[in-house]
Design a protein around this ligand. Sequence first.
Ligand SMILES: *Cc1c(COP(=O)(O)O)cnc(C)c1O
Length: 455
Amino acid sequence: MSTKQKRFILPEDEIPKFWYNIQADMKNKPMPPLNPKTKDPLKPEDLYPLFAKELCHQELDMENAWIEIPETVREYYKYWRSTPLVRAYGLEKALGTPAHIYFKNESVSPIGSHKLNSAIAQAYYCKEEGVSNITTETGAGQWGAALSYAAKVFGLEAAVYQVKISYNQKPYRRSIMQTFGAQVTPSPSMSTRAGKDILTKTPNHQGSLGTAISEAIELARTTPNCKYTLGSVLSHVTLHQTIIGLEAEKQMEMAGEYPDIVIGCFGGGSNFGGICFPFMRHTIKEGRPTRFIAAEPSSCPKLTRGKFEYDYADEAGYTPLLPMYTLGHNFAPANIHAGGLRFHGAGVIVSQLLKDGLMEAMDLPQLETFECGCLFAQSEGIIPAPESCHAIAAAVREAKKCIETGEEKVILFNLSGHGLIDMASYDQYFAGNLVNHELKDEDIEKNLDEIRNLQ
Ligand SMILES: *Cc1c(COP(=O)(O)O)cnc(C)c1O
């Protein structure tokens, strides 16, 4: 055995004290979100009814590159941070690649994914501002689980709308939310007008994140002292997730390397931005030639096949209009097992960065992601979340290219979560019941036609 170091961990006092706001450093700022009625650019105050005030300001902050992490939030981060940066020697050997593969292991958080980085922060700001109830939507249940725990930490009541297909596919995530004291409702439900409308049109609707967002927003609007929270897409969520990349930057230094390629799976962009933006700042400011790859499902390909348009983040059209790569808010993604990636749009920051060529996107078919997930489990001992399997599959593709070229590229990906509560999905894969969902151009065009000229 060699004495090569496997895991890199920061001591507690080296956990970053600031989040990184890439908006301050972007040459082309994201276009402004628009008020859906007046079409005027949104001001932070316009968002006050929905979100904690501090979060509204973080959302639209184009000036401050560094935002201090409140001390209380840092205290709770210590419950699982820093997360390990791991050199994937096992995966490298299994592939026979000369590439150096590293992953940042966000699966070690109490709820098993990166989502808690933002949940703790959002619940903290709500508590600070005297809020008593928070509500949200969840797909696979990762965000719902994170928010339920964060609500409990700060003594808030949490109500979670869970996408119906995930509610049924992943019963244990529901139990986890309930363990933390949250009230969980499958969405679409008859408890909101948005839910009723959808179920009247499509009684068998299996739900989507867009639908569940509409329901949670409606609850927040109609309940006193209740705020809405979102687990991805928005810029303040991605801001909180930059703790991942900021730690990774220090840890890569400990390893004596700097990544040539940084990869994150892509739902709304928060874990991707979280790991990439701290490295991308060196690309923007110093011209470092790093590639940033967003790994998305072929069945929900907003970055590779969507269009850059103003669109709503939810199915009912309650949210502001966001300038983003989108498949159209009426796009109903196939029932793939990576529930956290079944969202029609991308955050405004990543959308602008893609438009400006600072990042790239790769779409991956479901079967390839599970195949790579199993290879990763067998070679590194960690069963990845189906979402994270997309990042692994993208890393594997790049590592295989290095076999051909002989290059020792340094590849870093984010392991956004573990899959121990997703074993029903693995069962379906082993039983041969999973397929690759082919999307026809005309189906994508149909949804995009409906959103042209919304702004
Ligand atoms: C939610 C989730 C994702 C996708 O969300 P992003 O906002 O794109 O990060 C990825 N992986 C896991 C494990 C998740 O729970």
